[in-house]
Design a protein around this ligand. Structure first.
Ligand SMILES: [Zn+2]
Ligand SMILES: [Zn+2]
Length: 338
């Protein structure tokens, strides 16, 4: 059967030939489009939300949805949208198919308008908005390298969360004599971090909240996570539950201490560590280096590297050199790195 329109070619669809069918293609396209972006962070407004990642792609997908073609055609794909700022025209191409075998690509152009608006996240950041505050403190309310490290970890966590959620941000970090206060855009970040740090190290977390106002018609609370880190320096003398120990160090499961009477290193499980029962005496055991002179089955003779004085330990030391803590006329072993 020949085409009912041109009468020269074979009919393929509803009595029309291939080229006469394509002549009937009609695009339904928007009269104009608007591209709204944030001048501060580059976020793009997509209908009613702000896209901070793959912003141009997300905006483009919404624009694509504004195009229609009539039956029996279907839009197969779009090219990226090119925004020509000088001509105020958006250029793109649409590939249209009639059936699986037959497709054609058409250039399209639409007038577009450019708008620059500061996005809500940037407004919040510059307005020093915050939902939660993390207070990092040391055991004795003074700064320590560990507080700085944990601060770095928190910044990294928020930075990584921000890739998925722009509402995650650090509003500000305030360095104080007794620690660091970090103001966070999202309550959940403070919560997650406090939990994470509790599982990783020995610390005491106190959460408090206060009514900060009304937001979206609801009461809005601000949360404070006061994280007190056990950052006692190894070698410090401590009292725990009224017993005096040399503090050796900590692991996620607890703290290692030397009982002065027994001279042995023992673990105090983190579950029973109560910060109220723990205090530093202010004294420190001195670290001394020794060279092993000789050893028997149960003793080791050592020489102090600094003073050349010799001591005998009632234990076997396998290494050729060793460090010991010295406190009140006695020497104590030091917890290894394992
Ligand atoms: Zn025809
Ligand atoms: Zn922005």
């Amino acid at each position: 059967m020949l085409c009912i329109k041109c009468g020269t070619r074979d009919a393929v669809y509803k009595g029309l030939c291939e080229s006469c069918v394509w002549e009937g293609l009609a695009f339904d396209k928007p009269g104009s489009i608007t591209f709204t972006s944030c001048p501060k962070c580059g976020a793009v407004k997509v209908v009613n939300y702000w896209a901070h990642h793959e912003a141009h792609e997300r905006w483009s997908r919404k624009v694509y949805e504004l195009f229609r073609v009539n039956e029996p055609f279907k839009i197969e794909s779009f090219s990226p949208i090119e925004l020509n700022k000088i001509e105020d025209t958006a250029y793109l191409k649409a590939t249209v198919k009639r059936d699986e075998l037959d497709s054609k690509t058409f250039p399209l152009e639409i007038p577009y308008k450019r708008e620059l608006i500061s996005c809500p996240t940037c407004n919040k950041v510059t307005g020093s908005y915050y939902e939660s505050k993390v207070q990092l403190r040391g055991f004795s309310e003074k700064m320590s390298p560990e507080i700085n490290n944990i601060h770095e970890e928190l910044l990294k966590m928020v930075e990584s969360n921000q890739k998925k959620d722009p509402e995650s941000f650090v509003s500000k970090s305030v360095q104080l004599r007794e620690g660091i206060d970090i103001y966070l855009g999202k309550k959940k970040d403070g919560d997650t971090f406090a939990r994470e740090i509790q599982s990783k190290t020995i610390c005491n977390v106190v959460v408090s909240s206060s009514l900060a106002g009304i937001k979206d018609g609801k009461q809005f609370f601000r949360f404070t996570y006061m994280i007190r880190i056990l950052d006692i320096e190894p070698g410090s003398l401590i009292f725990f539950d009224n017993v005096k120990y040399i503090y050796q160090g900590k692991r996620p499961g607890g703290i290692y201490v030397t009982d002065l009477k027994k001279g042995e290193i023992t673990l105090i499980n983190k579950r029973i560590i109560d910060f109220d029962k723990l205090r530093e005496t202010g004294e420190k055991a001195q670290k001394e280096k020794f060279i092993v002179l000789d050893r028997t089955e149960n003793e080791t003779n050592l020489m102090n590297e600094r003073t050349y004085s010799q001591i005998t330990l009632k234990s076997v030391i396998k290494e050729d050199q060793v460090e010991l803590f010295f406190y009140e006329d006695n020497y104590y072993g030091i917890l290894g790195d394992k």
